[in-house]
Design a protein around this ligand. Structure first.
Ligand code: FBP
Ligand code: MG
Ligand code: MG
Length: 338
């Protein structure tokens, strides 16, 4: 049996940089710092069940949802960890309505950071997996001053790096620069992320479908037909399986490893669905495509959508290539708006 190379996240990042002599090392520094923030958030997530830590802040976020303490902690931790390295010109977080400027006395860099500090936060109290999602772009605004909203509203194919961290049965850090997807599991005793998932490739099709079936009556007809088709057919001689965590980051992590499809559709009540293009769908689409999968809104590739607003939502069909192609066919053939 081949032995696995003992590879830490920092060593992997630095070896990747050496393979690109033109690299300035800036993306490496950013990733190393994100790794540190991930460890600090992970430590706090592991304490979330302690009664004196957890609780509502009583505030609402920009989406009108109640925000828990841990969302705020993760949001602030990421800003604190990332705002002083001199690499960014602007940042944006799912938890803040407007773009986030760097502190006035800090060096302005050429990169843009977008993040969902805590995804699946309604699951915190039930000890269910949650995560952090991030996206890095190059600035497009001219000059050396602070970045602008336009820098944050770039189509997803322009991402330089995307990644996520799942705080689950273990903590895993997954990232891609568009070439190869790599996963690192945190060794809690050692305090280091170790390469556990080398060059992840998503299976071409899978047995698992994942979506909130509670919304069935509002779905477009094509989606109803597709799910009925799965329920009345077999995958490799066995029935299809439904799995839905309710944390996008965890549902897509499973889809990446096992194959299948994750869907958050547009429906009659919410034509644009629920998930955010800039903070959730673009980074996950970049990762899934880099692993050989597919991500669309039912008609258009997610990564080619031009965001019009920071908190814009989009329907998403993401996962194994053949499964996404099949649901798109059902949607097209139903001839109903979707
Ligand atoms: O409860 P629903 O409608 O199924 O929505 C679940 C979705 O909402 C989210 O929790 C939204 O993300 P946030 O927790 O970052 O707001 C996704 O992670 C998840 O896929
Ligand atoms: Mg989210
Ligand atoms: Mg969130």
């Amino acid at each position: 049996m081949a032995t696995k190379r003992f590879m830490t996240l920092p060593r992997h990042i630095l070896e990747g940089e050496k393979a690109h002599p033109e690299a300035t090392g800036e993306l490496s520094s950013i990733l190393l710092q994100l790794g540190l923030a991930a460890k600090l958030i992970s430590l706090e997530v592991n304490k979330a069940g302690l009664a004196n830590i957890i609780g509502f802040t009583g505030q609402e976020n920009v989406h009108g949802e109640q925000v828990k303490k841990l969302d705020i902690f993760a949001h602030e931790m990421l800003i604190k960890a990332m705002d002083h390295g001199g690499h960014f010109c602007v940042m944006a977080s799912e938890e803040e309505e407007d773009i986030i400027h760097l502190p006035p006395n800090k060096k302005i860099g050429k990169y843009v950071l977008l993040f969902d500090p805590l995804d699946g936060s309604s699951n915190i109290d039930a000890n269910i997996s949650i995560g952090t999602i991030f996206s890095i772009y190059k600035r497009i605004s001219t000059g050396n001053g602070p970045g602008t909203l336009e820098d944050c509203l770039q189509p997803g194919y322009k991402q330089e790096v995307a990644g996520y961290i799942v705080y689950g049965s273990s903590t895993i850090f997954v990232y891609t620069t568009g070439h190869g997807v790599y996963g690192f599991t945190l060794d809690p005793a050692f305090g280091e992320f170790l390469l556990s998932h080398d060059n992840i490739k998503i299976p071409k099709n899978g047995r698992i479908y994942s979506l909130n079936e509670g919304n069935y009556f509002s779905w477009p007809k094509g989606l109803k037909d597709y799910i009925k088709y799965l329920q009345s057919n077999y995958y490799d001689g066995k029935p299809y399986q439904a799995r839905y965590v309710g944390s996008m980051v965890a549902d897509i992590h499973r889809t990446l490893l096992y194959g299948g499809i994750f869907i958050y559709p547009g429906d009659r009540r919410n034509p644009k669905g629920k998930l955010r293009l800039c903070y959730e769908c673009n980074p996950m689409a970049f990762i899934v495509e880099a692993a050989g999968g597919r991500a669309t809104d039912g008609k258009q590739r997610i990564l080619e959508k031009k965001p019009e607003a920071l908190h814009e939502r989009t329907p998403i069909y993401i996962g194994s290539e053949e499964d996404v192609l099949l649901v798109e066919k059902f949607l097209r053939e139903s001839r109903e708006a979707y």
